[in-house]
Design a protein around this ligand. Structure first.
Ligand SMILES: [Zn+2]
Length: 359
């Protein structure tokens, strides 16, 4: 058990964030993440958001974040489907919710509002569940490069993530969830920004999509080492190019930091172009077998990213609950390396969605 670094909650939703329980005469503050991990051992995260929104009418080129205010019922419905499938953690519809990303849609002046709405709609779905469900405030990459490679300074980056975190916290998120990152300095700036406005726990995942490293060349070991120094609550991998690389990255993290809570939220198999359409090779059976391997490897927060649906998550839930045996899939299916072609600027990751929307 850890002695928490936080002593107060900055949210109005404190009972979701903190609970106290005595330990050896010391007051230990546990987060909802600690509590549910203690209670359930392994937690199931959710699956892709974007494809579910497209299925409900989102158009290419539109900002998914705008739907948090224009069609909150449809966003809530996606969260509700994942919760019904068994997810213990749902990520808010705010992946592209930094000012930098919203500026692409001329929505940068509504950053706090759209993120607050994202957390509220997820909160609504979580609170109607028959069990406690964690609302994780998704914060994807800014899309900008830090100096000297680009023009974004670390301070400007931190400020952008602070603004987003402020909205997510105000809307009732339980944790802040930095995801699909490539550069550890951007993660560090996001953590700094988040902490400047919020006391919520922080989880962070990078995308190991380039020969087992992130696009910026970062390894799993480097990731967990740096993020442990920053004191984040959980670290891991999401998205990625194939299951094998993600599994290898989280195994590295486990080896380098055995006490860290590790996250895996991989794409449903490998992206393959069928004509102009991007498909994912991972069936629910492939992902359920993957979830089983992850649990055996000691990963405690398990979900799925691009290409996954509530159907995938439902089978992963059954396997994690030992209601059904892990499907026997040829590991070949999971590990065969496939390079998605054409590998466009966004074909690599960022969920294949329009305008870099995450899914
Ligand atoms: Zn993804």
């Amino acid at each position: 058990m850890r002695v928490a670094r936080r002593s107060t909650s900055s949210t109005g939703d404190g009972e979701h964030l903190l609970a106290r329980r005595p330990s050896s005469g010391q007051t230990v503050i546990m987060t909802i993440l600690d509590e549910l991990l203690d209670e359930r051992g392994v937690l199931l995260i959710d699956g892709a958001m974007g494809t579910e929104l497209f299925a409900r009418g989102l158009s290419s080129g539109n900002a998914p974040e705008l739907w948090n205010v224009e069609h909150p019922d449809r966003v809530t419905a996606v969260h509700r489907d994942y919760i019904a499938a068994g997810s213990d953690i749902v990520l808010t519809n705010s992946f592209g919710g930094t000012g930098y990303r919203l500026k692409l849609h001329d929505l940068q002046d509504r950053t706090v509002e759209l993120n607050e709405a994202a957390a509220r709609v997820a909160r609504a779905a979580a609170d109607e569940a028959d069990r406690r469900v964690i609302v994780a405030g998704s914060m994807g990459p800014s899309g900008e490069l830090l100096v000297p490679m680009g023009s974004m300074t670390p301070d400007a980056c931190a400020t952008a993530f602070a603004e987003q975190a402020k909205g997510l916290d105000a809307g009732g998120a339980d944790v802040l969830w930095i995801e699909t990152m490539s550069h550890l300095d951007e993660v560090a700036a996001a953590v700094e920004g988040a902490r400047s406005v919020s006391a919520l726990p922080i989880c962070a995942t990078l995308s190991f999509d380039t020969a087992g490293r992130t696009m910026m060349g970062v390894t799993g070991t480097e990731t967990v080492t740096r993020l442990a120094e920053l004191g984040v609550d959980a670290v891991g991998a999401n998205c990625g190019n194939n299951l094998a690389d993600t599994e290898a990255a989280v195994a590295e993290m486990r080896a380098a930091a055995p006490d860290m809570v590790i996250i895996s939220k991989a794409n449903a198999g490998m992206p393959e172009w069928h004509g102009t359409e991007l498909h994912y090779s991972g069936s629910p059976e492939v992902m359920a077998a993957h979830a089983h391997r992850l649990r055996q490897a000691g990963v405690r927060l398990i979900g799925a990213c691009c290409g996954s649906s509530p159907e995938h998550l439902a089978l992963m839930r059954k396997v994690l609950d030992r209601e059904v045996e892990a499907p026997e899939v040829e590991f070949e299916v999971a590990v065969k390396r496939a390079v998605a072609k054409p590998r466009g600027r966004r074909g690599r990751r960022r969920e294949g969605g329009p305008a870099g929307a995450s899914f």
